[in-house]
Design a protein around this ligand. Structure first.
Ligand code: 4AZ
Length: 419
């Protein structure tokens, strides 16, 4: 007689099947992970950036010509006061976690007073209400009108703008690098190879389509460079200027209309090694091509401060120029130190500026000539303080790069170009 085993046993053994248990555990963990992931996504990453523009009327500051150039202490001081007033207002408001950064794009004249064009960046949840956001920003700015010692007209309207608009505002002004163009929080300059748009004012001056010297864009039609680049080749027709980080695949190539080298340039002392080159037509400024700021004649260049030199020059003395733009971080060296017997023993003249590292490791070299030495100011605008001019070979200790001191030629530049 067959004995039938009761079915439940079979069912039970199946229930405790280790594969089924594993499946259930994995599914549960998977679902939990998805829930956590979605939570993180919606709480932290489901954010979008918003840009706004506003024009603030400053009632208690009288407009002067000094406010016209970002190189003056007046412009820098007033812009900083406006930027910190706005920043503080948002930091103390319920928008503190949404507010990223603000920048005064321009100061302009209105009657006898001043109008400041300002851009602001916020980050908030993707599905947050834009109209509500705008109202909240407006109400924070409204309260601004009677805080601090700047009197700001309370009637300022804010306009929602795109990141392209923000980019356009900033690339029309001088000296903005990518971090400022996007109003981003962090700024990083790493490595030695420049990336697209990193040094948007860098120019390659080419003789018969071959890179010969560096240069720097100081307006939409003028390039600042070194006089010694044109010693043997002074005909504008032989030259072209290219833009973009690659000299072999440039983003833009333009003919040269005129070359104005300093008439007192001396090949023996290398004094007055400066020239301005006029482009055949003005360039349209964009994210990747726009001008650097020129410093005021009175700007002091502080020994020990950080500067960057950029160019397509050789990586070793006697080597070949390179196709990809290189960048190097150096420090300003005082002329007294540079003129010591172990250094250049008195050859560094008042119109020159030394920059390098004690070890020598980072330096300009052949083919970098005419290119810029730049420094960043407190508002993250970049100024050309030097033009690569000369040095004893490259990268040797006590033999730093010598640059034309741009502040010493600020008036010469104005006389030649009107800038
Ligand atoms: C040059 O021959 C050159 N180390 C440029 C810069 C320096 C040396 C030489 C500075 O164009």
């Amino acid at each position: 007689i067959p004995v039938l085993r009761p079915r439940p046993v079979l069912w039970q053994s199946r229930f405790y099947n280790p594969f089924v248990v594993a499946l259930v555990v994995i599914t549960t963990v998977g679902i939990l992970a998805m829930i956590v992931g979605l939570l993180i996504h919606f709480l932290a990453f489901d954010k979008k950036t918003y840009f706004y523009h506003s024009s603030f009327q400053i009632l208690n500051v009288e407009y002067t010509e000094a406010l016209n150039s970002p190189a003056t202490q007046e412009h820098r001081g007033l812009s900083e006061r406006i930027e910190s007033m706005i920043t503080n207002a948002f930091r103390e408001s319920n928008l503190r976690s949404e507010f990223i950064r603000t920048h005064v794009v321009k100061l302009r004249k209105e009657g006898s007073g001043v109008i400041a064009d300002v851009v602001m960046k916020f980050r908030s949840r993707k599905r947050s209400n834009r109209g509500l956001m705008k109202n909240r920003i407006q109400s924070v700015l409204q309260r601004l009108s009677n805080s601090g010692n700047l009197e700001i007209s309370p009637s300022n309207e804010i306009t929602s703008i795109t990141n392209q608009d923000t980019e356009n505002f900033l690339t029309q002004e001088c000296g903005a690098r990518p971090d400022l163009i996007t109003l981003s929080e962090e700024r990083v300059i790493g490595g030695i190879q420049a990336e697209t748009g990193d040094w948007p004012w860098q120019v390659s001056l080419q003789l018969d389509y071959v890179h010969h010297c560096g240069g720097v864009l100081i307006s939409n039609s003028w390039v600042l460079t070194a006089a010694h680049c044109f010693r043997s080749y002074s005909q504008p027709q032989q030259w072209t200027a290219t833009f973009g980080v690659s000299t072999i695949r440039p983003m833009l190539r333009l003919k040269i209309r005129a070359i104005l080298a300093h008439t007192n340039y001396s090949p023996i002392t290398r004094d007055n090694d400066i020239a301005v080159v006029q482009l055949d037509r003005p360039v349209t400024f964009s994210r990747n091509i726009h001008r650097v700021c020129l410093p005021a004649a009175t700007q002091s260049i502080i020994p020990g401060s950080v500067a960057y030199v950029t160019g397509w020059g050789s990586l070793t003395y006697g080597g070949n120029t390179v196709a990809a733009l290189q960048q190097g971080q150096v420090r300003i060296i005082s002329s007294d130190e540079c003129n010591e017997p172990a250094g250049y023993s008195g050859s560094v003249l008042p119109g020159m500026l030394c920059a390098g590292l004690p070890s020598g490791a980072v330096d300009a070299c052949q083919g970098d000539s005419g290119g810029p030495l730049v420094q960043e100011d407190s508002r993250r605008l970049w100024f050309v303080v030097g033009i690569v001019s000369w040095g004893y070979q490259c990268g040797l200790p006590n033999k730093p790069g010598v640059y034309t001191r741009v502040t010493a030629y600020r008036d010469w530049i104005r006389q030649q170009t009107g800038i």
